[in-house]
Design a protein around this ligand. Structure first.
Ligand SMILES: [Zn+2]
Length: 166
């Protein structure tokens, strides 16, 4: 999960929601991904999708070898769960739980879609994984607040100028 957190930090540096993922095979990281949705303006540019795509390329196969595991800092969305099943990921470890509590993670993992079941373990290094997200969203709110105040100050300076000009 440390490696997934490193990837999440790369997303943070790029101003993206910090989510990172890695695919691990035989205790080795075979691919990494981080959220790049804003930069690429792609709805599918999730950390898990990138990591899985890269792993498939590495193994020259859409079906990952038995025993592949995915580590991701946030509970996967249904699209990424679908990608895990399609690539036959055997085990998923995630860090932070999806806040809204509306995730379908376990339901999808256990539905035996595609005749493949994926084991899911949540809450791995949860504090660090959710901490980086909290940090991102609170600093984003702070920036928005500062921007709002700056605009307000600009506006009142304009009004003053106008009044002085009369
Ligand atoms: Zn996703």
């Amino acid at each position: 999960m440390n490696e997934a957190l490193k990837s999440a930090k790369r997303a943070l540096k790029e101003g993206e929601v910090p989510i990172g993922a890695v695919v691990v095979y035989q205790d080795k990281v075979v691919s990494r991904g981080y959220n790049r949705r804003t930069k690429l303006q792609l709805a599918s540019a999730h950390a898990e999708m990138t990591a899985i795509d890269k792993a498939c390329k590495k193994f020259h196969s859409w079906r990952l070898p038995e025993g592949c595991e995915l580590f991701v800092t946030l509970e996967p969305c249904p699209m990424c769960m679908g990608a895990c099943l399609n690539a036959r990921v055997d085990k998923i470890y995630f860090g932070a739980y999806e806040q809204k509590g509306r995730s379908l993670t376990l339901a999808i993992a256990e539905a035996n879609l595609l005749n493949h079941k994926t084991e899911v373990i949540g809450g791995v290094r949860e504090a660090q994984c959710s901490g980086i997200l909290t940090y991102f969203f609170s600093s984003m709110r702070q920036k928005q607040k500062e921007e709002k105040e700056r605009k307000k100050a600009e506006l009142s300076a304009l009004v003053e100028e106008d009044e002085n000009g009369k």
